[in-house]
Ligand binder design. Structure first.
Ligand SMILES: Nc1ncnc2c1ncn2[C@@H]1O[C@H](COP(=O)(O)OP(=O)(O)O)[C@@H](O)[C@H]1O
Ligand SMILES: [Mg+2]
Length: 230
């Protein structure tokens, strides 16, 4: 696929680690820098019925953070209700995830935006369809990865595994860096004090920023510059 528009692929160490939260912060930062931001979530499961229509809370959060560009329905063209992996959620509704739409759904954002933020579903090796993993889409889109790591005990293992997957998948996925995100407010998890230093010491890509619970990025990051495609 051609990469004219810049982009970042927001992945993470799993589900519920703050991909949407951090992607929204990145979208807000880019808007502040005057950029036209597009947002794309290829598929979402666990969607909610609102006013008789399935809606993805992720798609809404991304769209709002990007300044409501285009149509909300285009942010995530494939929505399923069951809170399981997308291909299984689709199957439970006697449907299928459309692999072509996973790929073509980004095109209007590429046409109408200067930079597209793509949020995956789950982690790099979480399935999106019967045959596709998040890593497949990341490879095809060609955008550098932002790895959101939850600031919890176990994040060193989960982050390094994600980086190893990125380095070895297809011909290797470029990683812009890591954002260490606090997903809880008060915690007795003592690893939160050392996780940043440990990741900085052990990971090849940089820790770009950390985010406190309820907070913003603790450093100014030049997302526009990082979003150069391969
Ligand atoms: N830094 C943070 N501060 C406050 N709430 C957060 C933070 N990071 C994540 N959350 C909340 O935790 C939950 C999971 O985060 P989310 O961004 O949806 O994760 P993911 O997209 O990886 O599944 C959401 O309710 C989100 O609002
Ligand atoms: Mg999300």
């Amino acid at each position: 696929m051609d990469c004219v528009t810049r982009g970042l692929f927001i992945t993470g160490t799993g589900t519920g680690v703050g991909k949407t939260y951090v992607a929204a912060l990145i979208a807000a930062a880019l808007r502040k820098a005057g950029k036209r931001v597009g947002v794309y979530k290829p598929v979402a499961s666990g969607c909610e019925l609102r006013g008789g229509e399935l809606t993805s809370p992720d798609a809404i959060a991304l769209w709002e953070a990007a300044g409501r560009p285009g149509r909300l329905a285009d942010v995530c063209p494939q929505l399923f209700a069951p809170p399981v992996a997308p291909h299984l959620a689709a199957r439970a509704e006697a449907k299928r995830v459309d692999p072509l739409l996973l790929r073509s759904g980004i095109e209007k954002w590429r046409q109408d935006s200067e930079i597209v933020l793509v949020e995956g579903a789950g982690g790099l090796m979480s399935p999106l369809s019967d045959d596709d993993y998040n890593a497949d889409l990341a490879a095809e889109f060609g955008y550098p990865l932002v790895v959101v790591s939850a600031n919890v005990l176990g994040t060193i293992n989960a982050t390094l595994q994600t980086l190893i997957t990125a380095a070895t998948y297809c011909e290797g996925l470029k990683v812009a860096g890591i954002v260490l995100n606090s997903v809880a407010t008060i915690t007795d998890d003592q690893s939160t004090d050392s996780n940043r230093d440990e990741l900085e010491r052990r990971c090849v890509p940089p820790v770009l920023a950390a985010v406190e619970f309820g907070g913003g990025l603790d450093r100014d990051v030049d997302w526009w510059e990082l979003a150069q495609s391969r």
